[in-house]
Write a protein that binds this ligand. Structure first.
Ligand SMILES: *Cc1c(COP(=O)(O)O)cnc(C)c1O
Length: 387
């Protein structure tokens, strides 16, 4: 058994990132400035989007997306319960209401058929989440949105480098928000990026810095002007050059990071596919998966223990894990406000009870991967029914 605890998802930060941060800290410009601008440009090219705006989180990006697309009081936004709370919280922030629809049983992504059924006269937007990095059915979702005159905002917190039918995530919907939180495929500690058309990103940009017009971040620079006007009561959502320093160096590693994520996921698949205890993640042939998470599902009818106990057994074997996600309709705020029962979203709920996210990050050694596999198999064999 492993001696040292294997954390679930530590960041993969190297000397170059640290040097770049020190370079910024030693300069006269530490907040939004030239490095943030460079990070936006390089990111936009990678995604193939018309424009990109660096922010202090993906949550900020989702919030701004709703604001600039005019989603507000009394509107409904269709989204998935199988996501992080930020996805629905921002809908509440703008005074709209989240209309959850259940997920597909295989990908656990929002079900396009159920989207169609849920649309009412108040529906304004669809907010799909590319769960674990496997893209949603974007062709169908965009087609439905077009037919009903809805806007589409992608929560791509998991989906950096993912693509659907050859189209890169970040260049499909009206606006797309990425996350650079510490656990994500690329990190700036905290951070996010919003991509979309030049026009929408310009609007979002003004709102991301108090609603000040012009390049207000340059107002202390020799090339800048002290004069600005406030066109709208904006937010404080800008990214700092310290964060962008991390981002610039992480971008250079992204291909290698992704290669390693694919490699580790393939090893897990190979190890677990042959056993009746597990359901391994699906991969539709026409998508490129970003492999942010490896979500293994337990076939509980083959085991004497439940998911929670399985996780405790893995912790005892020094393997860190997590669960993605506690479906949003189970959280007190949403449950009480909308009167949800767990089985209102039966697919999300049933799968929540059997999900375990295994460690998946570029810094994992082959030995780490082997240790995870060994521990998972050990627990399953020990508690299999008939044992
Ligand atoms: C991480 C995450 C977010 C929030 O990202 P932040 O950058 O922390 O705001 C939103 N949605 C999903 C699905 C996430 O996993």
């Amino acid at each position: 058994m492993r001696k040292a605890y294997l954390p679930f998802s530590p960041p993969s930060i190297f000397r170059e990132e640290i040097d770049e941060v020190i370079d910024t800290l030693s300069s006269d410009w530490i907040t939004t400035g030239p490095k943030t601008k460079r990070f936006e440009t390089e990111f936009r090219r990678l995604i193939g989007a018309e424009a990109a705006l660096a922010l202090n989180s993906c949550t900020a990006g989702l919030h701004l997306a709703l604001v600039v697309l005019g989603v507000g009081n009394g509107d409904e936004v269709i989204t998935t319960p199988m996501t992080f709370c930020a996805t629905a919280n921002v809908i509440e922030h703008v005074g709209a209401c989240p209309l959850f629809v259940d997920v597909e049983p295989d990908t656990l992504n929002i079900s396009p058929a159920l989207i169609e059924q849920a649309i009412t006269s108040k529906t304004r937007a669809i907010l799909p989440v590319h769960y674990t990095g496997h893209p949603c059915e974007m062709d169908t979702i965009m087609e439905i949105a077009g037919r009903h005159d809805l806007v589409v905002i992608e929560d791509a917190a998991h989906a950096l480098t993912a693509s659907f039918n050859g189209k890169r995530v970040g260049n499909i919907a009206d606006l797309t928000a990425f996350s650079f939180y510490a656990t994500k495929n690329l990190t700036t500690a905290e951070g996010g990026m919003l991509t979309g058309s030049r026009k929408l990103i310009e609007k979002a940009k003004a709102l991301s810095l108090h609603g000040m017009n012009r390049d207000a971040w340059r107002r202390y620079d020799k090339g800048g002007s002290w004069y600005y006007e406030v066109d709208a009561p904006g937010y404080k959502y800008n990214m700092t050059d310290i964060q962008a320093s991390l981002g610039l160096q992480q971008l250079k590693r992204l291909d290698r990071f992704q290669e390693r994520r694919r490699e580790i996921s393939a090893k897990y698949n190979e190890a677990f596919a042959q056993y009746p205890y597990f359901e391994i993640p699906v991969l539709r042939p026409y998508v490129k998966h970003a492999w942010h998470l490896y979500a293994l599902r337990l076939n509980l009818e083959t085991l004497k223990i439940d998911r929670d106990r399985f996780i405790e057994e893995l912790t005892e074997r020094n393997i860190g894990t997590s669960v993605h996600f506690i479906p949003l309709h189970l959280h007190p705020y949403y449950r009480e406000k909308y009167g949800f029962k767990p089985t209102d979203y039966p697919v999300a709920y049933a799968n929540f009870l059997r999900l375990i996210s295994l460690p998946l990050y570029p810094r994992m050694s082959d030995q780490d991967v082997a240790d995870v596999i060994e521990a998972v198999l050990d627990v399953a064999e020990m508690y299999r029914i008939g044992q």
